[in-house]
Design a protein around this ligand. Structure first.
Ligand code: BGC
Length: 879
């Protein structure tokens, strides 16, 4: 007999329009090696991923079919027809068709079968294009000469397909027949040039024409500190002929208008030295010199398989003031990375200067003290031909909020300057907002701080004479970056960068590429190697990354072992950097040594290397024992000197002996709440792990109070003092010392906004958000919070709001994923939980069915609801 609830749920089933049967939609979001329609990939067996669409809840893929073809329709599957593969795998499906060849466009599409074996329609065709797999395929030679290089060539017929392969160091701008090609700036990304040089592939079919053509390349010093070019053009013409144009000594060079350029110091551009028409055919280059062949960097050429740096946004100044006659200060209202575009008309030879800074003095003049040696000054010298001149520097960028304009002919106006926001063009993947304004402002500062520091590598800061890939900074804000931006291709490249600096002895360096700091890295800096590898696995389910870096991560851990004595790692340079209270370096280093060993063991387990898994598990256990023996004071029950960080680190990794844990946690809590009046004293490491630690221990209220604190030291204190990004120091400093105002490392707290407040968590057992845990923390005065994230499987979202009478929670889970939704019962009991209007808990026994919900149970003040994919609206209401 049907129970009342079965009957009701049967009646309630048509959440879908009547009669319509569940439909598997065409897969969307097709990616090849994490990139949408990439041009220039040099992975011989690229991985393909797609996002499943379905009109019914709780759906999944039971089989897929991929077709790869040389023809745009992709229908033929002439390169690969996978056939119907019974598998739930929709990410990282390894291409297994015919051998890929260089410089070839491939088109692909995919369909899938759902739980009822119903096939979806095919996706729209996506494409990927290969770069050059073999170094012998590089016909171009490394050439140099001046900062302008040109070449003319003739095509006897219309080009039907043409590509340019370009490696231009430090930076290049490619121009063909009078126009810039593509929208990349500050390209290529900085690498360890003697290991790897990145190149770009451009589709230039539409740029070429039958007859005479010209290519012109401008070169900047960038991080290479010199200039060199290696490129080639390959054109297929109507009628089948092909033409190759490659760099050699027949290319011609001449210094151009850029008099000097430097990442730190800025650019001097003399428009009188322009050579109009130089990137067009027919230009008289009789006075130009032949390019010289050079050895070039030793590194292999490698396709740049990540979002390039672009002008991502243009913003208008919000304020214009004059400090002295002829000195104008523009305020953008936001600390950015980029350059300004200036409009000017005036006499020939007029020298206009733009200086950039993060800060002003009280009298409104520019304060450049914290830029240290970086001059951050661009100079433009007018052509003065009566026309409007528009200048935007090419081969530099600045970290700034204020611009000082001097030497301007006439009176500049608001629209004389516009700022161009420049950084790696990683797609924003969602967002976090809440009812608490200070949190929203902190989130905004974090997002700006991170994007300002993604310039091919993750940098520490964007303004002073540094801008390095300091490894601690990199791993500390990586999770926050992964929750706000589409980061996997970027970090895939950066892990190769780390691998590129690794020595035969296993050492990595403090900065990558290595310019500042030491080899070996501080253990807390080198931690980036195991951690970023592991995050790639957790966030994107990337097994290949684990395979590729396993040996490197293990070698780094083995190196630490050679430096340890009786399980203790004593060497440390920075430790828990920039804290209020300093924690012993050896404690921090030994914690990192433990964690490295622990991660190697986990990676080994996952990769099926059971011997290693056991060896490193034992090593980790030994380190843990040594750590406790050395740093846990039996009398006080505290670690180290009693600092917050000294307690946080071992608590976070569960290193504290069971009988001690309560005491250590209690002391930490007392210090935070009573001794410090709800403030932290932590440096960059302690700060990151404090928040998940508190939430894991059921004390999200305290974490929230710390995160929303507005007095020193706190993020809110930065905001109250005008910060639009994150500071390097908790202190508000502005002098010539180390005090960057755009340093994203304390942005680690941003991950906690998503994890705890919005409640979006991955489950490392089913990485890449195949299993999601939605566990919002309904804290203190927070009325609502909302987060969403485009994962590689599709969108995960969680939004909640509460009233006196209940809690409402909306959740979105991608097709093919599962989730546990943990709804706090609050103090609403007795209460009823319903979903889309149907009671699903309390005197109701939940009926599993088409609605995607597979179970509900109560445990420890939380209602745990197991769901499949789909959108859910839960309401917990007081009875
Ligand atoms: C950087 C840091 C870096 C540190 C190493 C600083 O100059 O800006 O963020 O991690 O040096 O101690």
């Amino acid at each position: 007999m049907l129970s009342k609830w079965t009957l009701l749920s049967l009646l309630a089933i048509p959440l879908l329009p009547a009669q319509e049967s569940p439909m598997a939609g065409a897969p969307s979001g097709l990616r090849c090696e994490y990139l949408a329609d990439p041009v220039g990939i040099d992975v011989p067996q690229p991985r393909l991923s797609w996002v499943l669409e379905h009109s019914a809840r709780g759906e999944r893929q039971t089989a897929y079919q991929v077709l790869v073809s040389l023809k745009p329709e992709a229908a033929a599957g002439d390169q690969w027809d996978s056939g119907k593969v019974p598998s739930g795998q929709s990410v990282h499906v390894v291409y297994a068709g015919k051998l890929l060849t260089s410089g070839q466009s491939y088109y692909w599409k995919v369909r899938y079968w759902d739980s009822g074996d119903r096939p979806s329609p095919y996706s729209a065709a996506a494409r990927f294009e290969t770069g050059l797999f073999e170094s012998a395929e590089w016909k171009g030679k490394w050439i140099a000469g001046a900062n302008q290089i040109r070449k003319e060539f003739t095509l006897r017929a219309r080009p039907v397909r043409a590509r340019a392969y370009v490696a231009g160091l430090g930076y290049y701008e490619l121009r063909i027949n009078g126009h810039k090609v593509g929208d990349r700036v500050l390209d290529p990304a900085w690498t360890t040039y003697d290991k790897r040089v990145l190149y770009a592939v451009y589709d230039i079919t539409d740029r070429l024409r039958p007859g005479d053509n010209a290519v012109g390349v401008m070169l900047g010093e960038g991080w290479f500190k010199s200039r060199a070019l290696r490129m080639q053009i390959h054109a297929e013409l109507e009628g089948g002929q092909t033409v190759d144009v490659a760099t050699d000594e027949a290319w011609k060079t001449m210094p151009g208008p850029i008099q000097s350029d430097s990442v730190y110091d800025g650019e001097v551009y003399d428009a009188r030295r322009e050579t109009p028409g130089w990137e067009r055919a027919g230009f008289d280059d009789a006075l130009w010199k032949a390019a010289s062949l050079i050895d070039g960097p030793k590194g292999v050429l490698s396709a740049q398989m990540m979002p390039p740096i672009r002008v991502v946004d243009t913003i208008a100044p919000v304020k214009l003031t004059t400090t002295r006659p002829g000195v104008y200060i523009y305020d953008l209202g936001q600390n950015i990375s980029g350059v300004v575009e200036m409009r000017v008309r005036g006499p020939r030879g007029t020298r206009v200067q733009l200086r950039h800074a993060e800060l002003l003095y009280d009298d409104g003049t520019l304060n450049v003290e914290n830029l240290r040696a970086a001059k951050a000054t661009d100079v433009y010298i007018l052509r003065g031909d009566g026309s409007l001149e528009v200048y935007q520097p090419r081969f530099t960028y600045h970290g700034f909020r204020y611009v000082e304009l001097t030497g301007y002919p006439g009176t500049p106006k608001f629209d004389t300057l516009r700022a161009k926001v420049v950084h790696s063009d990683v797609r924003p993947t969602g967002g976090f907002t809440s009812s608490k304004q200070i949190l929203n402002q902190i989130q905004r500062n974090i997002v700006w701080g991170i994007q300002d520091n993604l310039t091919g590598i993750p940098t520490d800061c964007n303004q002073r004479d540094e801008r390095m890939g300091w490894l601690a900074d990199a791993h500390l804000y990586a999770e926050t970056a992964m929750l706000n931006f589409d980061m996997p291709a970027f970090y895939t490249n950066f892990l190769r960068d780390i691998h590129d600096v690794q020595g035969a002895d296993g050492t990595v360096t403090d900065t990558v590429p290595h310019r500042y700091g030491s080899r070996p890295a501080d253990p807390a800096w080198g931690m980036a190697y195991p951690l970023l590898t592991w995050y790639m696995y957790e966030y994107y389910g990337d097994r290949r990354i684990l395979e590729q870096h396993y040996d490197g991560v293990k070698a780094w851990t083995d190196y630490l072992r050679t430096r340890s004595r009786d399980g203790i790692l004593d060497y440390s340079y920075y430790g828990d950097w920039v804290p209020i209270e300093k924690t012993p370096g050896s404690l921090v280093s030994t914690f990192c040594y433990y964690w490295s060993a622990d991660l190697v063991s986990r990676m080994a387990l996952f990769l099926g290397k059971s011997n290693d898994a056991e060896t490193y598990r034992k090593l980790a256990d030994e380190i843990k024992d040594a750590f406790n023996a050395r740093f846990l004071n039996a009398a006080t029950g505290l670690y180290g000197t009693g600092t917050q960080t000294a307690q946080i680190l071992p608590l976070f990794l569960n290193m504290v002996p069971g009988n001690r844990r309560g005491g250590v946690f209690g002391s930490l809590r007392d210090d935070l709440v009573y001794t410090r009046n709800t403030h932290l004293t932590t440096g960059i490491l302690g700060t990151k792990y404090l928040f998940p630690l508190l939430t894991g221990a059921g004390d999200s209220d305290l974490a929230y109070e710390l995160a929303t604190q507005t007095t020193y030291p706190s993020w809110g204190y930065m905001v109250e003092n005008g910060a639009t990004t994150l500071w390097e120091l908790w202190q508000n400093k502005t002098g010539p010392s180390m005090n960057s105002h755009n340093h994203p490392m304390f942005g680690s707290v941003g991950a906690w906004f998503y994890n705890a407040l919005a409640g979006i968590n991955l489950d490392p057992a089913k990485p890449g958000f195949e299993r999601v845990v939605i566990a919002p923390q309904v804290v203190r005065d927070l009325k609502w919070a909302s987060g969403s994230l485009d994962t590689i499987r599709g969108t995960v979202a969680s939004s909640w709001s509460r009233s006196d009478n209940g809690l409402r929670l909306e959740v979105t889970i991608p097709v093919g994923s599962q989730a546990q939704v943990r709804i706090p019962e609050l103090d609403l009991a007795p209460a009823t939980l319903s979903e889309s209007g149907r009671a699903i808990w309390k005197d109701t026994k939940y009926q599993a069915g088409t609605s995607g919900i597979t179970g509900v149970r109560e445990s420890g003040g939380v209602l745990a609801v197991d769901v499949g994919s789909g959108n859910y609206v839960f309401a917990l209401t007081r009875d």
